[in-house]
Design a binder for this molecule. Sequence first.
Ligand SMILES: [Zn+2]
Length: 342
Amino acid sequence: MKAIVFHQHGAPEVLKYADAPEPPVRSNEVLVRVKACALNHLDLWVRRGIPGVPIPLPHIPGSDVSGEIAQIGADVTTVRVGQKVVLAPLVSCGKCPACVAGLDNHCRQATNLGYMIDGGCAEFVRAPQVNCLPYPENLSFEEAASIPLVFQTAWHMLVARAELQPGEDVLVLGAGSGVGSAAIQIAKFFGARVIAIAGSDEKLKKAKALGADHLINHKTQKIRDEVRRITSKRGVDVVFEHVGTATWDESLASLAAGGRLVTCGATTGYDAKVDLRFLFSRQLSLLGSYMGTKSELHTVMKLVAAGRLKPVVDRIFPLAEVAAAHAYLESSSQFGKVVLQV
Ligand SMILES: [Zn+2]
């Protein structure tokens, strides 16, 4: 099969469009003919190399897959060959206490397609049958591939971790990113008031179209001052973080007393400072979040099929142009998802 393979970590140029062996399918797995694979920041980290994470080389990246079932293992009963499918990105052991409790994102063996195992930037990818999600027929393959990782992550952050309540104020950092555009929609779905932050008026216009109530351009405005103005000096109940070092101080300063900051990433760096006096006296909560559960993703897919949540596709590249797609994602000029068409 054709696949995107890299033999060493580095710049986008290490990504090669090459021949690779078709993955063999185990009894509880399916082989998916990939139609689209959406990119995430995770793809950039995996390509550059992450200290302490020995990603097996050569490696095929790509976590967000839509396609058709090409082959099923002997024990697969829930899907059939030819069926359209979206894959849940998180592959867990399925047997440990966390997995049997439905908390597969707490599984110690869990990894993502395209992270410690080969992923979907290829003509074929294999995955456990339990990772097959119902295909929302209202969506193209590119739209369908744009859902799993970011919507699952944003849902787990806002609903499971921050326990967002109707009427609360939510500050969404990086509104132009995949996870930010998902967060705006989920927060609005739960009846929150959304303040969206992005680095260009063009992106903010699109955030408004997704439902954001207030907009902050972090290039021309100071986040904490704008939040104080919008909330009449109160601050927000929830800060949706994934930017890291560049915005951390502003994010903390934007919280109301009793506010929760939830974070799933650190695209600009992972060093952050916390004034503990501020943390305890204002009774703040700092919440880490990683991926989400398959059960949450099933809920998301139901809402997507019903048209209540919508994937936001920014730009589609052919699979062979993956290096250009990575460079584009790295430039942060997108609004929504960058998708590879296979
Ligand atoms: Zn497990």
